[in-house]
Design a protein around this ligand. Structure first.
Ligand code: KMH
Ligand code: ZN
Length: 270
C-alpha cells in the first residue's frame, strides 16, 4: 500500500462558527489551521474561503490572500481549492480559484441532492472545468457523491479531458445522496480503474469509521470541519488538527505510514 495521504477539509462552505466556534474562516485563521494540520500529518488542504461576513465565496482574490498567508507561514501541503463552492453558485463564480493555478482543485462529478439543496454539476460544466484544469496543469480531485458520478468521471477520461493519474474522492453520507456504509464504499471502490487512487470522506459521525475502512483498504482519508465538527458524540472538535492526529495514530497502529506533502505529490503524480 502507498503511504496514507490525509486531506484536511478545514472550513467548508456550510459550517458556521455557531456550529463550532473553532472553525477557521479568516485568512489568518485558515493559514494557522493549515500549518497546524500539516504539522499533525495532513498533506493536502481542501480549501473553501469566506467573505467578510463569514459567508462562502469563490472570489479569486480572497483565495489568493488566504493561499499567500499559508505560504508565508511555510505551509508545504498541497493546497486544493474547491470548485464546488456552495450549492446555488454559478459556474463562473465557482471556477475562479482555477485561475490561481493551484497544484490541485476539486472537480465535482455530477449533480446531487445536498440536504435541502441541489448541487448542480452537468456534463458541460464538468467538461469546462476539466478543460481549464488541464490547460493549467492542475490535478483534479474527482468528487463523487453518487455511483453515477464515477461513470461521469470515466466519461471525461474517455474524452481525454483528465490527466494520466486519476484521483477520486468518494464522499459518503451527504443528506439526500449515497449513505455512508462500508458496502457502499466497497462498491464504489470496485468501479474505479486500477490506475486510480482514492480518498474517502464521510459526513458527521460516519467520518471516523469510513476513514478507518479506507486506511485498511489502501485508500486515503479526508477529515475536517467541512464534513464533521465533532471529535466524538456530543463533543465538538477543538481543531482540525485534533481530527488529523487521531487518523495518524490509528494508521500507525494498523501499520500504515502517513505521507508527507512531497510524498503525496509523488503518489498523485503532481
Ligand atoms: N459545498 C458543497 C456544495 C467541493 O468542494 O468541490 C460542494 C463541495 C464540493 O464542497
Ligand atoms: Zn468542499
Amino acid at each position: 500500500m502507498d503511504k496514507l495521504i490525509i486531506t484536511a477539509a478545514i472550513c467548508g462552505a456550510e459550517v458556521t462558527k455557531e456550529d463550532n466556534p473553532n472553525l477557521p474562516i479568516t485568512a489568518e485563521e485558515l493559514a494557522e489551521e493549515a500549518l497546524q494540520v500539516e504539522k499533525a500529518g495532513a498533506s493536502i488542504i481542501h480549501l473553501h474561503v469566506r467573505d467578510e461576513d463569514g459567508l462562502p465565496t469563490q472570489d479569486k482574490d480572497v483565495y489568493a490572500e488566504v493561499i499567500s498567508e499559508m505560504k508565508k507561514k511555510g505551509v508545504n501541503a498541497v493546497i486544493q481549492p474547491s470548485t464546488g463552492g456552495a450549492a446555488g453558485m454559478s459556474w463562473q463564480e465557482r471556477i475562479q480559484p482555477v485561475y490561481l493555478k493551484p497544484e490541485m482543485a476539486t472537480l465535482d462529478c455530477g449533480t446531487t441532492n445536498f440536504g435541502d439543496d441541489i448541487f448542480v454539476n452537468d456534463l458541460p460544466l464538468m467538461r469546462n472545468f476539466a478543460e481549464e484544469m488541464k490547460k493549467h496543469d492542475i490535478l483534479p480531485e474527482l468528487e463523487c457523491f453518487e455511483l453515477g458520478h464515477i461513470y461521469n468521471a470515466l466519461q471525461l477520461d474517455k474524452e481525454d479531458l483528465l490527466p494520466e493519474h486519476l484521483h477520486f474522492d468518494l464522499v459518503l453520507g451527504v443528506p439526500g445522496a449515497t449513505a455512508a456504509t462500508l458496502k457502499n464504499l466497497m462498491f464504489m471502490v470496485e468501479l474505479l480503474p486500477d490506475k486510480a487512487s482514492w480518498t474517502a470522506a464521510a459526513v458527521g459521525r460516519h467520518q471516523l469509521p469510513i476513514a478507518v475502512q479506507a486506511i485498511l483498504m489502501g485508500g486515503h482519508v479526508r477529515v475536517g470541519f467541512e464534513d464533521n465538527i465533532y471529535y466524538k458524540k456530543g463533543v465538538l472538535a477543538e481543531s482540525n488538527a485534533q481530527l488529523v492526529e487521531r487518523i495518524v495514530r490509528l494508521a500507525e497502529e494498523i501499520g500504515r505510514e502517513t505521507a508527507s506533502p512531497d510524498e503525496a505529490r509523488e503518489i498523485l503524480d503532481i
